[in-house]
Design a protein around this ligand. Structure first.
Ligand code: SAH
Length: 278
């Protein structure tokens, strides 16, 4: 029997934001391996299964164990919160498997399926409005596996490129200066009043949402269960919602829906000599 590894992202919390496929994939698994906090979140789905709870730093052990069990013909789930491919277990799993000689789709012993999930950035955005309606990027501030100068370069580029920025792993007890450094890099290109959302434990019991501004970003409680969204130069707050415009007001009058003079539907924006919409 060919074994299987299922890389499952179960969404931000559990239950209603778990996809149908993720639920079925967990049901299909004989063995479930995950970080103990995540196992707790999906406990009610695990009746009768062999469960391996691992600590945060045992990620590679989890992968080797999953591969060994799958080669013995078992169906093994590696669970991550959010999406398994976004700072999750999909990457290290495929890296270790490649290292151990796994042959991909043609491998006679082990099949691998990556099950997509709702990642933190989507969950957090939904709680504050529509902050991601234009180009955005995610940056993890964790320098446990990535050199700080690399992170710094990416923050600088995102700031300069006017991307909405989602900061994953923003701060922990031992990583306490990176967030202020990031704020300063962003302030080089963005107004101090740029809207910022700080969301802890989205769709979990201790959910907490704060809307603030870039200059005050570090004056709030931020931990490892927090994701921070920093707006771009057009992001604003109205009716308590964080909005990043898609660009409709460049072309249309929002109230009447009429085209602005000089603009054409389904055509590139017409710009003046300074590069601004006419
Ligand atoms: N695979 C996960 C990300 C893992 S990295 C995903 O796709 O969402 C861990 C980081 O994700 C945390 O430090 C935090 O920044 C973010 N995160 C995960 N779940 C979250 C939640 N429910 N609310 C807010 N942030 C969350």
């Amino acid at each position: 029997m060919r074994g299987k590894i299922l890389l499952i992202g179960f969404g931000p919390g559990a239950d209603v934001h778990l996809t149908f496929r993720a639920r079925d994939a967990i049901a299909e698994s004989q063995v479930v391996i995950g970080y103990s906090t995540y196992i707790k979140l999906i406990e009610e789905l695990l009746d009768g299964k062999e469960v391996h709870r691992k600590g945060m730093s045992e990620e590679l052990d989890r992968v080797h164990l999953a591969y060994d069990l799958a080669r013995a013909g078992r169906v093994v789930a590696l669970v991550s919160s959010g999406d398994a491919g976004v700072y999750g277990m999909a990457g290290p799993t495929l890296e270790v498997l490649a290292e151990r000689g796994w042959r991909g789709e043609d491998d006679p012993e082990v099949e691998v399926e990556v099950v997509p999930g709702v990642t933190a950035v989507n969950a957090v955005a939904s709680l504050v409005g529509a902050p991601l309606t234009h180009d955005f990027c995610t940056i993890s501030l964790s320098d446990l596996l990535t050199p700080w100068p690399v992170i710094e370069r990416r923050v600088r580029a995102a700031a300069e490129g006017d991307f909405v920025v989602a900061l994953y792993n923003p701060q922990s007890r031992r990583r306490d200066w990176q967030l202020a450094a990031t704020r300063d890099l962003l302030l080089a290109h963005r107004r101090p009043t740029t809207p910022v959302a700080i969301v802890k434990s989205a769709y979990r019991d201790r959910q907490h949402v704060v809307l603030t501004e870039l200059a005050q970003m570090c004056e709030h409680e931020v931990g490892m269960l927090t994701t921070i969204l920093v707006g771009n130069s057009n992001t604003y707050v109205a009716a308590g919602k964080m909005i990043t415009p898609r660009g409709y007001t460049n072309k249309y009058d929002l109230a009447t829906t009429e085209l602005k003079p000089g603009q054409k539907p389904l055509r590139s924006l017409v710009l003046d000599d300074e590069g601004r919409p006419v």
